[in-house]
Design a protein around this ligand. Structure first.
Ligand code: FAD
Length: 284
């Protein structure tokens, strides 16, 4: 009972609310701080086309509402939300459709990265849309393959837009780094590579040591770097970065399906500090 209440309270910090209007409202507030929201409609792992169709309909409406409200916002989709678990071609078709629609309204569309099983197909779909110029992809430092993936993406298109994260999933030792220190070490390695070879990318982490290092590196490289965090974890720090003149983004999920999202946050927080800090973080 107590944990159910805590989950509800925390998901309220992390998730904008059930409706598109909640996401738009949040986006307007973050815009007021100079922060670009990355809006995600919650949903994943779909095995039924009806669920995929519903998601696409919501994203179409979201794109229209962002444009009407004249706010600055990106959107982010999960591959299995667009049908990857059902059929790869079906997913690609849906993804290209949404990318083009987003482009017509000058909105950036990000592909979230899910479990290791889906990385190949997610990258392959991204490559098919990268020429549009308004798309980005997430790459995770917990996976051993990510260095090769980043190199191949940048070889494919020097303007490939990569959002680097540690990863919210786990995998076995042969394909993944196990343990926070190793995953963080690999994050530093991949970030260095992005500074050397990339042009524009997003450093998506709440880890201030990484952010500080990125800011230092960019004095030398002068890349197009954005700093991104999840809503409700370190809003105050993000606002501070924005006030210092850095490009900033915040991931803002909305919708009914908040359970798996909140569960992932609680699992990775693992430590009580995530929970306590989320409860007392600067509220927006
Ligand atoms: C914009 C964005 C998009 C994402 N997209 C994806 C995706 O598509 N796929 C995916 O797998 N994952 C995604 N993630 C989640 C990501 O993979 C991590 O699970 C999540 O960001 C936690 O890792 P971390 O880098 O913050 O580091 P952690 O190792 O969790 O935290 C590192 C350090 O940051 C500091 N810290 C963390 N939380 C707090 C806090 N609340 N207050 C103060 N200090 C804190 C602490 O010093 C902590 O030791 C995304 C994350 C962001 C920010």
């Amino acid at each position: 009972m107590c944990s159910a209440i805590l989950e509800r309270v925390l998901s309220g910090r992390w998730i904008a609310g059930p409706y598109i209007s909640d996401a738009i409202n949040q986006a307007q507030k973050f815009n007021g701080y100079g922060i670009t929201p990355i809006i995600n409609y919650l949903g994943e792992d779909y095995s039924e086309r009806a669920d995929v169709k519903k998601s696409i309909a919501v994203y179409k409406e979201l794109i229209a509402r962002i444009s009407e409200a004249r706010i600055r916002a990106d959107i982010s989709v999960k591959p299995t939300q667009l049908g990857l678990k059902i059929d790869e071609q079906y997913f690609e078709k849906n993804y290209i459709l949404l990318s083009r629609l987003a482009l017509s309204k000058n909105i950036r569309l990000w592909l979230d990265m899910e479990t290791a099983d889906y990385v190949d197909q997610t990258i392959s779909a991204y490559k098919r849309a990268v020429h549009l110029g308004n798309v980005g992809i997430c790459i995770q430092s917990y996976l051993r393959r990510s260095r090769r993936d980043i190199r191949e993406l940048l070889d494919y298109d020097i303007h490939a837009n990569i959002r680097l994260v540690k990863g919210a999933y786990t995998s076995n030792k042969s394909s993944a780094f196990i343990g926070r220190d190793k995953i963080t070490d690999n994050y530093h390695t991949l970030m260095r590579y992005l500074f050397e070879k990339g042009r524009r990318f997003t450093i998506a982490t709440h880890d201030d040591r990484i952010v500080t290092e990125a800011i230092r590196m960019n004095l030398k490289y002068k890349r197009d770097v954005t700093y991104a965090m999840l809503r409700g974890i370190r809003n105050g720090y993000l606002i501070q970065l924005s006030r210092m003149g850095f490009q900033t983004s915040v991931y803002v999920p909305f919708g009914d399906e908040w359970v798996s999202y909140s569960y992932r946050r609680l699992k990775e927080g693992g430590h009580l500090s995530l929970i306590i800090r989320s409860l007392f973080d600067y509220s927006i």
